[in-house]
Design a protein around this ligand. Structure first.
Ligand code: IMP
Ligand code: MG
Length: 173
């Protein structure tokens, strides 16, 4: 595997994002919603760079595709517990790829009438985007490729790595 973003570069970018978010959400009623599992590491680093009071919650969204069905099947496996009505909600995920998962989850949260609802993703992967969604905040933008580390997995492996790597599609290593 080849390193794409080193831990220190990620930390620097997360710090900048934290600053941006702290400025944007001053005097707002911020609720950060981490999308599990992939978003766990990014969220935990990001919240420590945000100099504002906030509420934290988590959700779990799974997306499933196979070669027979072109459409994604997105399931909300675990919903937020916080009452987000009239709150300023920021969803935090590891990667926006086709965008289908976040699109479905965003529509789901929108039904709960938050004051605002925005998306923050560490990686904005643009090539396969098929849902009408763009991140309001992103850490890094890449075109394509399968990446792992810093929360991102391949078949549940590599999530704990501090750096982000590009996986070799030939052998998955
Ligand atoms: P979506 O295609 O935007 O719905 O992304 C669904 C999910 O696929 C993401 O939340 C990730 O869990 C996973 N995913 C997409 N691209 C990658 C990648 O490059 N590495 C690891 N997981 C990925
Ligand atoms: Mg994910």
């Amino acid at each position: 595997m080849k390193v794409l973003f080193r831990a220190d570069e990620i930390a620097e970018r997360v710090k900048q994002l934290g600053k941006e978010i702290s400025e944007d959400y001053q005097d707002r009623d911020l609720v950060m919603v981490g999308v599990l599992k992939g978003g766990f590491m990014f969220l935990s680093d990001l919240v420590r760079q945000i100099d504002l009071p906030m509420q934290l919650d988590f959700a779990r969204v799974s997306s499933y595709t196979d070669s027979y069905t072109p459409a994604h099947e997105v399931k909300i496996m675990m919903d937020v517990e916080t009452n987000i009505r009239e709150k300023d909600v920021l969803m935090v995920d590891d990667i926006l790829d086709t965008g289908q998962s976040m699109h479905v989850f965003k529509a789901h949260l929108a039904l709960k009438s938050p004051a605002s609802l925005r998306v923050c993703t560490l990686i904005d992967k643009t090539f396969r985007r098929s849902a009408p969604i763009t991140p309001d905040f992103f850490g890094f933008r890449i075109k394509d490729g399968f990446i792992v580390g810093y929360g991102l997995d391949y078949a549940e492996k590599y999530r704990s790595l501090p750096d982000i790597y590009v996986l070799n599609p030939e052998n998955g290593r």
